[in-house]
Design a binder for this molecule. Structure first.
Ligand code: FES
Length: 137
């Protein structure tokens, strides 16, 4: 699994999402109360652009007519058929045992850490012998 810089922290305010393209896939990067989460922008139901849906609270009811909203800003509703997903886990609340949106690990890294980076391109020794350039691998 490779790492990709997708945004600065300032670009994604709490309660919002930024859709980015990484390796040919659209990913929604969400800021949920200061924590960042990533979901693939494709609904597991019929393939809608899931991350274009509204960010919501979880709606629960103990009995008819008695409802409450919890987990504000942690749920996402698909724009096509209204299935709801937990932004942190990708879990569907329509078929929680079998349907889940793909999630990806997200981390916030200090800029200087990225400048140093753990990424080092592989190098190989090169020498010139007579008129030939030789690469060792
Ligand atoms: S495509 Fe998302 S709920 Fe149907």
């Amino acid at each position: 699994m490779s790492r990709h810089v997708v945004a600065t922290v300032d670009e994604i305010a709490p309660g919002t999402c930024k859709i980015v393209a990484v390796s040919g896939r659209e990913i929604g990067i969400y800021n949920v109360h200061g924590e960042f989460h990533a979901l693939v922008n494709r609904c597991p139901h019929e393939g809608a652009a899931l991350c274009l849906g509204p960010i919501l609270a979880r709606f629960t009811a103990d009995r008819p007519g008695k409802y409450r909203l919890t987990r504000h800003g942690e749920m996402l509703r698909c724009p096509w058929h209204g299935w709801e997903f937990d932004i942190k886990t990708g879990q569907s609340w329509c078929h929680p045992e079998s349907v889940k949106a793909r999630t990806y690990p997200v981390e916030v890294v200090a800029g200087e850490a990225l400048a140093k980076g753990p990424f080092v391109a592989e190098t190989v020794p090169v020498s010139v012998e007579q008129q030939y350039v030789v690469v060792e691998m």
